[in-house]
Write a protein that binds this ligand. Structure first.
Ligand SMILES: Cc1cc2nc3c(=O)[nH]c(=O)nc-3n(C[C@H](O)[C@H](O)[C@H](O)COP(=O)(O)OP(=O)(O)OC[C@H]3O[C@@H](n4cnc5c(N)ncnc54)[C@H](O)[C@@H]3O)c2cc1C
Length: 419
């Protein structure tokens, strides 16, 4: 409490400076996910010294974030390199080897190693970013859910945390799909639940050893398409666990939230025979204690920009959002985290232009128009193409699945010939 009051006094004084550099800009970031942390690190490197990251969770291990993410060469990984922190990410990540099967007849459609991408467990990525943020002395506050914001008639913007208001220059909501700031802006629209299903993590034991020796599984990301559903698995060499999940259209299980782990395992086992190896073996080896929280894949419909070119249209124009708070998508293109990092990159580059200037609040809102225009288009495209991919991987149509198989085989062959 005392600290907050002191900080408030300091901020008020800073507004009196005649020549203002970017280090004066008070930036509040809501959410310590990959997007929020990436942006905080970028801004700090650029000389912004007044950044606070508020995180709702009590600490890094507050919830299970077991799945891994692929950072793409032209997506999130490019930003990691731009931040010059790849040396910290490389030892805890691997080169993804992607494989796809038509699960109905066990034909392998595609196999490709992509050395320029990195595969990393989400919690590891977050852990690395948090370590870097700490080292850079970024003010990261755990257990601090942002409750909302307020704007007054004097062009002031305030953020409320623990019931206390703080005045800020810029508020960036990076607080994921259930963003509090987003709800304040657009109302409590529930996200679309698109796919649901069981998810499991298999550890190496005497009984499961054979899975860890299967060349189709080790070090691989695999997708088995089937009629109406699909199974995705990944073996991450560094954690030596196999994660798998099945995705069914949510419309098939309207009471999905009532299902127990036992129910989900039974559903998976009922499909075991419809898959061939290795998906078949993964389901067979899974026990109820291996089941994780059920998979509930959600996204949001893209929202139109205002006539002023803004997604987050507010009185001051100095509130914006990034990552899942802006454009939540289902992970069928592995694009959500990459786009969160691309948002952070775009916004940090635009804010960098303030470095040399005697900035004004209008500069901030002008920058946000440019940022949101690019971010909105990219995010919208990613939401739609992720849905298209999901439909393709779970299609019930023989014709569509045949066309998909031909295309994937062609792409696989082409990448083998050109690599
Ligand atoms: C199974 C699965 C697999 C995936 N695979 C991939 C992949 O391969 N590649 C890829 O790019 N993406 C993938 N994704 C998507 C990716 O995980 C997300 O898009 C990414 O984490 C979004 O990052 P973010 O920083 O925007 O939000 P988040 O990671 O959701 O972080 C938001 C943070 O804000 C905090 N927060 C929430 N509310 C508040 C509040 N009121 N105040 C303060 N803090 C708050 C949260 O605790 C959290 O720490 C996958 C997702 C799933 C579910």
């Amino acid at each position: 409490m005392k600290f907050l009051v002191q900080r408030q006094t300091l901020k008020t004084q800073q507004h009196l400076y005649l020549v203002r550099t970017c280090s004066d800009i008070i930036v509040d970031l809501q959410g310590a996910g990959p997007g929020g942390l990436g942006l905080a690190i970028a801004l700090k490197k650029m000389g912004f010294n007044n950044i606070t990251v508020y995180e709702r969770e009590a600490g890094i291990n507050s919830r299970s974030q077991g799945y891994s993410m692929t950072l793409h060469e032209h997506g999130g990984y490019a930003f990691i390199k731009r931040l010059d922190i790849q040396d910290i990410i490389i030892p805890v990540s691997t080169t993804p080897l992607f494989k796809a099967w038509d699960g109905t007849n066990n034909s392998k459609l595609y196999q490709q190693a992509i050395p320029s991408n990195r595969r990393i467990v989400r919690a590891q990525l977050r852990g690395c970013l948090i370590d870097i943020a700490r080292e850079m002395q970024i003010d990261l506050r755990w257990n601090s859910p942002v409750e909302g914001f307020r704007e007054d008639d004097e062009d002031n913007l305030y953020v409320t945390v623990h019931g206390i208001e703080e005045r800020v220059d810029l508020l960036i909501a990076a607080d994921g799909i259930s963003s509090k700031i987003r709800s304040q802006l657009f109302g409590d629209e529930p996200p679309n639940v698109q796919y649901v299903g069981p998810a499991a993590k298999i550890k190496r034991t005497e009984e499961t050893e054979h899975l860890f020796e299967d060349p189709d599984i080790i070090d691989s990301l695999g997708l088995h398409s089937n009629y109406g559903y699909c199974l995705f698995f990944s073996h991450h060499a560094l954690s030596d666990e196999i994660f798998w999940s099945m995705s069914f259209p949510a419309s098939e299980f309207p009471s999905y939230h009532e299902k127990t782990r036992e129910d989900w395992l039974q559903i998976a086992k009922s499909k075991e025979e419809t898959f061939k190896s290795p998906a078949h073996h993964l389901i067979r080896a899974t026990r109820v204690e291996d089941l994780e929280e059920a998979l509930i894949l959600k996204d949001r419909d893209p929202r139109p920009l205002s006539t002023a070119g803004r997604l987050c249209q507010t009185k001051t124009g100095r509130v914006t959002c990034l990552g899942d708070a802006a454009h939540a998508m289902i992970p069928f293109r592995g694009a959500g985290g990459n786009n969160a990092l691309l948002d952070a990159w775009k916004l940090s580059e635009l804010l960098d232009s303030l470095k040399a200037e005697n900035w004004s609040r209008d500069d901030l809102s002008r920058i946000l128009v440019e940022y949101e225009t690019e971010m909105h288009k990219r995010g919208q495209d990613a939401i739609i193409s992720s849905r298209d991919n999901a439909k393709l991987f779970t299609t019930q149509s023989y014709l569509r699945s045949t066309a998909r198989n031909v295309i994937m085989r062609g792409v696989g062959l082409w990448s083998q010939l050109t690599s």
